[in-house]
Design a protein around this ligand. Structure first.
Ligand code: NAP
Length: 501
C-alpha cells in the first residue's frame, strides 16, 4: 500500500448521496482511493439528499454499495471502519434553500478542524435540472469561495442553448478552473492510454494521417436495454447520451494534433481544434450520413426482452433513438477526405467499445490472389472494453512449405502485461479533482462545440418522426441502414469475436 499522497485537507460533498451513481461508482471509488493510499491525510465525505438519515445510516447505505460494486470486492472491516469515521450525512433538499444552512454548518465544522488550506469539492450526482439550483444556493450561502471545486455529471445540457445557459450560470459563480465537467469515459485506463500510445511512440506519427489511413471506426455497443432508466432515456436518446460526449471525445483523441506539453489547457485546446474542424451537417448529409434506430423485442441469452416502446417509462409511440450511426469528416490537413464512422446503441449483439483505424492497402499486390485469399488491409484496433487491448493486424506467411498469407494480430493486452488491477475511471477522475488536474474534464468550449456540431442532427431527428421505428431486433447489430451507411463506401463495421480473452 502506498502512503497518503500530499494533498490539502479535503471535504467532499456529494449531492445525491443516496442515489445510484454514488452507491455504484463514487463511494466505491472513494473507498478504493483510501485503501490504496490516495486520500488526503485529513478528509471528510459529506453525503446529502432529502432523505433523513443519521451518519451511521448513511455509512451503512454506502457500505452496501461498496460491497456490491467495488472492483476490490467486499470491504475489509478494519479498513472500512477507519474510512467510515470520515463519512457524514446532512439532509439537504436543494429545492428548499434554507437546508443549505445545515450543510454550511457541517462544512464549517470540518473546515475549522482541518485548517485554512482545506479544499471543498462539490459533486453534483443529482438530476441535471438541479445543477443550476445547487450552484446558486452554494453561492448564496458563501459556499462557492476560491477554495472550492464543482463536479458536474452528464448530461451537460440537452442542446446547445441549455448547455450555454448552464455554462453561464456556473461561470457566473465559479471560475473555469473550479469547474469539472465529467465524462467518465476519459478516466478509463484504455482511453487515457490512447494519448500515451499516440504521443510516446515515434513510429505512429508519420502514419497517422490521410496518406496512410483510409478510415476510422468508433463503435460503442451495449447488450443491455434501457432497463429502469426509460424515463431519463426518453429525454436523451443515443445521440445526446453517447455521441455528444463519449464518442466525440474518443474521436478527438484519435484526431487531435500533438500537444506541446501535458498541460490540461494545451490538451483541451487540441481537442477543441478537432471539434471546430469537423464538417457541419447539411440537410443532405443528415439524409445520407446519419442513421437512427430503435430496438424491438427479441431474445438475449435465452430470455425474451421487451422492445424499447414497452420498457418502463417509455412512450408507446416513442420517437427516441436507441441507436445512432454517423459519418463525420474532419476538414483539416491531417484528415481531409477520411471518414470517421461512429456508431452506438442499446440491445445490440455485443457489449464492446472499439476504435478501429484501417490503413490503406499496399500500393501494389505482388502475391498471386490464391496466396492471399484472406487479404486484409492493416488495422489498428484499440479495444476499450470489455477486452482492454491494442491489436495491430498485419499479413503474415502461414508456416509451411507453401506460400499462404493470412492476417494475424500483434497484441498488447493489459491483463497479460500488467498484474495490477486497473483503477476504475471514477477513482482516476476523483483523484484528478482533488489534485486540481482538469486534463480529463470537459472545458465549456468543448461541450458547446460538440453540441454546435450535432444540433442540425438533433433538430432533424426531433422534428421529423421516424416512420421506420422500431427498426432493429434486440441482439442484432442495429438497423440495416447502418450497414449500408458504411458499405456504400466499401467498408463494413468491424467487431471482435466474443470471449477473445
Ligand atoms: P438517482 O439514483 O435518481 O439519485 C438521485 C439522487 O438525488 C438521490 O440521492 C436523491 O435522494 C437525490 N435528490 C433528488 N431530488 C433531490 C432534491 N430536491 N434535493 C436533494 N437531493 C435530491 O440518480 P443517479 O442515477 O444517481 O444519477 C445522478 C446523476 O448522475 C444524473 O445527472 C445522471 O444523469 C448522472 N449519471 C448517473 C450515472 C449512473 O450510473 N447512475 C452514470 C452517469 C451519469 P432523495 O430522493 O433522498 O432526495
Amino acid at each position: 500500500m502506498k502512503t497518503s499522497i500530499n494533498l490539502n485537507p479535503t471535504i467532499v460533498v456529494i449531492f445525491g448521496g443516496t442515489g445510484d451513481l454514488n452507491l455504484r461508482k463514487l463511494a466505491p471509488a472513494l473507498y478504493n482511493l483510501y485503501s490504496d493510499g490516495f486520500m488526503p491525510e485529513k478528509y471528510a465525505i459529506i453525503g446529502t439528499a432529502r432523505k433523513k438519515l443519521s451518519d451511521d445510516d448513511f455509512r451503512n447505505t454506502i457500505m452496501e454499495g461498496v460491497n456490491s460494486f467495488s472492483r476490490s470486492g467486499k470491504v475489509k472491516k478494519e479498513k472500512w471502519d477507519k474510512f467510515a469515521e470520515h463519512v457524514y450525512y446532512t439532509s439537504v433538499d436543494v429545492q428548499a434553500e434554507e437546508t443549505f444552512g445545515d450543510l454550511k454548518k457541517n462544512i464549517e465544522k470540518h473546515q475549522q478542524e482541518f485548517g485554512p488550506n482545506t479544499q471543498i469539492l462539490y459533486y453534483l450526482a443529482v438530476a441535471p435540472n438541479l445543477f443550476p439550483l445547487i450552484a446558486t444556493c452554494l453561492s448564496k450561502y458563501q459556499l462557492a469561495e476560491e477554495n472550492t471545486r464543482i463536479v458536474i455529471e452528464k448530461p451537460f445540457g440537452r442542446d446547445l442553448e441549455t448547455a450555454k445557459e448552464l455554462n453561464n450560470i456556473l461561470t457566473s459563480i465559479f471560475t473555469e478552473k473550479q469547474i469539472y465537467r465529467i465524462d467518465h469515459y476519459l478516466g478509463k485506463e484504455t482511453v487515457q492510454n490512447i494519448m500515451a500510445f499516440r504521443f510516446a511512440n515515434s513510429f505512429l506519427e508519420p502514419l497517422w494521417n490521410r496518406t496512410y489511413i483510409d478510415h476510422v471506426q468508433i463503435s460503442v455497443t451495449e447488450q443491455l436495454g434501457v432497463g429502469e432508466r426509460g424515463g431519463y432515456y426518453e429525454s436523451a436518446g443515443a445521440l445526446r447520451d453517447m455521441i455528444q460526449n463519449h464518442l466525440l471525445q474518443l474521436l478527438c483523441l484519435i484526431g487531435m494534433e500533438t500537444p506541446v506539453n501535458f498541460d490540461a489547457d494545451e490538451i483541451r485546446n487540441k481537442k477543441v481544434d478537432v471539434l471546430k474542424a469537423m464538417r457541419p451537417f447539411s440537410p443532405e448529409d443528415i439524409r445520407f450520413s446519419t442513421v437512427r434506430g430503435q430496438y424491438t423485442k427479441g431474445w438475449v441469452e435465452g430470455k425474451e426482452v421487451p422492445g424499447y416502446r414497452h420498457e418502463t417509462g417509455v412512450d408507446p409511440d416513442s420517437n427516441t433513438e436507441t441507436f445512432a450511426a454517423i459519418k463525420f469528416f474532419v476538414d483539416n490537413w491531417r484528415w481531409q477526405g477520411i471518414p470517421f464512422y461512429v456508431r452506438t446503441g442499446k440491445r445490440l449483439f455485443q457489449t464492446s467499445s472499439l476504435i478501429t483505424i484501417q490503413f490503406k492497402d499496399v500500393p501494389h499486390h505482388i502475391f498471386p490472389s490464391a496466396v492471399s485469399e484472406h487479404w486484409q488491409q492493416n488495422r489498428l484496433i484499440i479495444s476499450i472494453q470489455p477486452e482492454m487491448s491494442i491489436r495491430l493486424q498485419v499479413q503474415a506467411k502461414r508456416p509451411g512449405l507453401d506460400m499462404v498469407l493470412n492476417p494475424v494480430d500483434m497484441v498488447f493486452d493489459y491483463k497479460g502485461t500488467y498484474s495490477a488491477q486497473a483503477p476504475e475511471a471514477y477513482e482516476t477522475l476523483l483523484l484528478d479533482v482533488m489534485t486540481g488536474d482538469q486534463t480529463q474534464f470537459m472545458r465549456a468550449d468543448q461541450v458547446e462545440s460538440a453540441w454546435e456540431l450535432l444540433m442540425p442532427v438533433v433538430n432533424a431527428w426531433e422534428n421529423k418522426k421516424s416512420l421506420s421505428f422500431p427498426n432493429y431486433t434486440a441482439d442484432s447489430w442495429g438497423p440495416e441502414d447502418a450497414e449500408a451507411l458504411i458499405a456504400r463506401d466499401g467498408f463494413h463495421w468491424f467487431t471482435l469475436p466474443l470471449n477473445k480473452d
